[in-house]
Design a protein. Structure first.
Length: 467
């Protein structure tokens, strides 16, 4: 391909400098950034990406859990270009609409559990969660239950970084030195089977978590609680798979106390667990609301969607108050180009039976990654299908962590990257969330690289006196 800014090492260096000088990167460690700067990714195709120096990597994180159909899909680009040249943008406020947004809403209603037939669009996952809380509050206000405001979330949950979504997020380090809307959110314990209390069976642990929810409701009063929000499998918080039956039992508690269940499927929807939506198909629950983003458009364009139940929609759509309208929404709600990308993305997923690939290759990925637990630092290998995680520890028996300064997650990721694979470090964890088109052969290649990366990491930690 033709390159412009990057066709000589000097130009690549100049670009790198501009990035370092002017681009405030999200979730970036400035001390490391100051010395390393960034790897600038310039090309992508299938399961691979390439940086400005021409190094090629297997993408082990699907961009950021989102490029589900893989990179370089011309059809999606063409669908976007066609829409952008035909009608790039027009408002969807005040009874205006566009063709892709309408067709996509219809398609989502088709793919989602039967009772979810109404779609509210946003620009990503945080905005979807934020809009959801506003809609939930509005819903209870309209029902004459204005005290129902509090949202129950969980420690280590990740729901985004708008003010509300960050407040729902229970990863302590994410909110360090930031403020949160504490009057609106209460956190339960996360469901962490690996670190559950010593000697407790998984089913007793499940009882314990459900009881904590009941106790919290008793303490706060059901009249003050609007909703419980949960990722069906916690993602950024460490790919935590809850004990069997957990979500079903949490849903039953919600129903008993007139508390809405919000499933944050920003990661789990669109095939990552082998289904378009995981809540019902995998976990047997029927949330009142499902939020999705990321894989909805495979990251080709920013898009989020909140899928709302018929019952809730009936209340939201009742004749409005003084303004006469449901006064919430974004300039880019139902953006035609993003919706065109999503429609093409879904068409590809269906045509290529991508969910079936995940159902077939996913268990193999789980099985092969599990072999890495032979390494001294790998305390846990967990996850489901194309949503996996390694938990690195200092001591496998006690599950004690290495000191933060050991930067074990970064070490493993760096060693993997040096061998041609990008995975994601999150503290002491490494997350693997590939494009959904990985084959068994790719899995074998990836596990070989990780095997070497983990050996090198162990050697490095020993050399530096951490082990
Ligand atoms: N919810 C979950 C479960 C997520 O994983 C993320 C992003 N990683 C978000 C919400 C936020 O989405 P976005 O970054 O698109 O705002």
């Amino acid at each position: 391909r033709e390159t412009t800014d990057l066709d000589t090492p000097e130009r690549a260096q100049a670009l790198w400098q501009k990035d370092k000088d002017h681009f405030i990167h999200p979730f970036t460690d400035f001390s490391r950034f100051g010395t390393h700067g960034c790897d600038i990714i310039t090309e992508s195709e299938g399961i691979h990406v390439q940086d400005a120096q021409g190094n090629r990597f297997i993408d082990g994180i699907a961009g950021l859990w989102c490029v589900n159909v893989g990179h370089g899909r011309r059809e999606i680009g063409e669908a976007m270009a066609e829409q952008a040249t035909r009608m790039a943008y027009f408002s969807t406020f005040n009874n205006l609409s566009n063709v892709p947004a309408t067709l996509l809403a219809d398609k989502l209603a088709d793919l989602a559990p039967a009772h979810l037939n109404h779609v509210f669009y946003s620009c990503g996952g945080s905005a979807a969660n934020d809009a959801t809380v506003r809609l939930v509050h509005y819903y209870f206000n309209r029902l004459g239950k204005p005290s129902k405001k509090r949202i129950i979330s969980r420690n280590n949950a990740y729901h985004g970084t708008t003010y509300m979504a960050a407040s729902l997020t229970g990863i302590a380090s994410n909110n360090w030195d930031f403020d949160t809307l504490d009057h609106l959110v209460t956190y339960l314990s996360e469901a962490n089977c690996y670190r559950r209390p010593e000697g407790m069976s998984e089913s007793a642990y499940c009882d314990h978590l459900v009881q904590e929810f009941e106790d919290t409701i008793a303490r706060l009063g059901a009249d003050n609680i609007a909703a419980f929000i949960a990722e069906p499998i916690m993602g950024a918080g460490g790919v935590l798979v809850a004990p069997e039956g957990y979500l079903r039992r949490m849903q039953a508690v919600c129903r008993k106390h007139d508390i809405l269940l919000i499933a944050d499927e920003v990661v789990t929807a669109f095939g990552r667990l082998g289904h378009f939506f995981a809540s019902e198909a995998v976990f047997g629950v029927q949330p009142d609301i499902i939020n999705c983003a990321k894989g909805l458009s495979s990251g080709y364009a920013p898009l989020g969607a909140t899928l709302i139940s018929d019952d809730m929609y009936e209340v939201l759509s009742r004749p409005q108050g003084p303004g006469g309208v449901l006064s919430t929404g974004f300039t880019y709600s139902g953006h035609p180009v993003s919706c065109a990308a999503a429609l093409k993305n879904i068409e590809i997923m269906e045509r290529e039976r991508i969910c079936d690939n995940v159902l077939e290759v996913g268990p193999y990925l789980e099985e092969r990654l599990a072999t890495l637990s032979r390494h001294a630092t790998v305390g846990d290998v967990r996850g489901s299908h194309f949503m996996m995680c390694l938990e690195n520890v200092a001591d496998k028996t006690t599950r004690a962590l290495l000191p933060v300064e050991a930067r074990v997650g970064d070490r493993v990721a760096d060693e993997a990257q040096a061998r041609g694979l990008i995975i994601r470090p999150v503290g002491h964890l490494n997350i693997i969330s590939p494009p959904l088109i990985w084959t068994r052969e790719v899995v074998d290649q990836v596990v070989d690289i990780l095997d070497q990366a983990l050996s090198a990491t162990t050697d490095g930690l020993r050399a530096d006196g951490y082990l």
